[in-house]
Design a protein around this ligand. Structure first.
Ligand code: BGC
Ligand code: ZN
Length: 351
């Protein structure tokens, strides 16, 4: 038996193809799922462009896709999963050594870089008609979410960011009230949603001033700003950057309140340089007790937080966040950016 999958041959650019591949290897997990939906993001684009990604050892081809939603076809007794249930598989697997973090289930904090990631680094992803998953690397989303549960993985990334912001905040007496999210893409908007769920006064900054993004931000109860950070008044207790735009990241430090914490979640191509008064920046951060930290990936706790947050979220709002549902045959179009896109999802099966 074979199935259809989108595969790539990193680091070759534009090597993506929809092709027939063998059924998922039982070594990939005891639970067999039919794939319902797979979200695509910038990481997938980089992999297709040959700038990122790594095939499993010895194969040369990698099945793409890391934002999963499947429905169980077969699950062994005692696995905690039953046929018909929805599942979301995790992206990262601990390194084999493992380092202290991975040994403690915090593979998102891996210290030796030997971790693997499904659809990204050394392990097949989910962009295929079926996939397998290990019960210990999966969560059950709220069934009422239906296909929108495909948003669990991107939400887990910002759930981790918020969790770490709060852990850092607890170093002192801290009652955050104002938060800024830079970037109104899917991650930024989901990050803003988590801020609103915490009851914070959330501000979202992006470059566009028309279309769906401002509306989605405002419908969360957040304040939307288009253009320059200099036009945004007041200081922020929390900043979550979802742009990876270096100059903006450093500019945002200026807008941190005393004791303020800033989390960086984005990356962008290297090479931008900036004249920067680093002594003033240093002084400001010292005198304000500021923390600026990076955050990547997510562990089980964050997927559970994401599943809870999505269960609480406004279904209609989540539905508008996904601006395109594309069939597997149109995978290439799905990866291409279009004006007005917020989130694109490849829809493979029906619920
Ligand atoms: C994924 C993360 C992953 C990161 C780096 C992101 O697109 O959502 O899970 O750790 O890429 O590979
Ligand atoms: Zn590790």
């Amino acid at each position: 038996m074979t199935m259809l999958a989108v595969t790539v041959g990193p680091p070759s650019p534009n090597s993506g193809a929809l092709e027939k591949v063998p059924e998922p290897d039982p070594a990939e997990g005891s639970i067999l799922c039919e794939t319902i939906a797979v979200g695509v993001d910038g990481t997938d684009n980089e992999i297709v462009e040959g700038k990122y990604g790594e095939a499993p050892p010895g194969t040369g081809r990698l099945i793409l896709g890391h934002e999963s939603l499947g429905r169980v076809l077969e699950a062994p007794a005692g696995s905690g999963f039953a046929p018909g249930e929805l599942v979301v598989g995790f992206v990262r697997r601990p390194d084999p050594e493992p380092c202290d973090s991975c040994a403690a289930g915090e593979w998102d904090m891996c210290r030796n870089g030997l971790y693997t990631e499904r659809g990204i680094k050394g392990r097949h992803g989910y962009l295929s008609e079926r996939f397998r998953i290990e019960p210990e690397f999966a969560v059950k989303p709220d069934p009422a979410l239906g296909r929108l549960a495909v948003l669990t993985e991107p939400t887990s990334v910002v759930a981790k960011a918020w969790e770490h912001v709060e852990r850092i905040g607890r170093r002192a007496v801290w009652e955050p009230s104002r938060a800024l999210v830079t970037g109104a893409g899917p991650l930024g908007l989901l990050g803003a949603m988590l801020g609103r769920q915490r009851g914070l006064d959330v501000h979202v900054l992006d470059v566009v001033d028309t279309g769906l993004k401002p509306k989605l931000a405002r419908d969360l109860g957040a304040t939307y700003h288009a253009g320059s950070l200099d036009d945004v008044a007041g200081l922020f207790d929390v900043v979550i950057d979802c742009t990876g735009v270096g100059p903006l990241v450093f500019h945002a430090i200026d807008h941190l309140a005393p004791d303020g914490v800033m989390c960086l979640t984005g990356i962008s191509p290297a090479g931008r340089t900036l004249p920067l008064d680093v002594d003033t920046l240093n002084k400001q951060m010292v005198l304000n007790n500021n923390v600026v930290f990076g955050s990547v990936n997510a562990n089980r706790r964050h997927y559970e937080q994401a599943a809870d947050a999505l269960a609480w979220a406004d279904r209609g709002w989540l539905d508008r966040l996904v601006t395109r549902w594309m069939p597997l045959a149109a995978w290439m179009e799905a990866l291409g950016r279009r004006d007005g896109d917020v989130k694109t999802v490849v829809e493979i099966g029906r619920i």
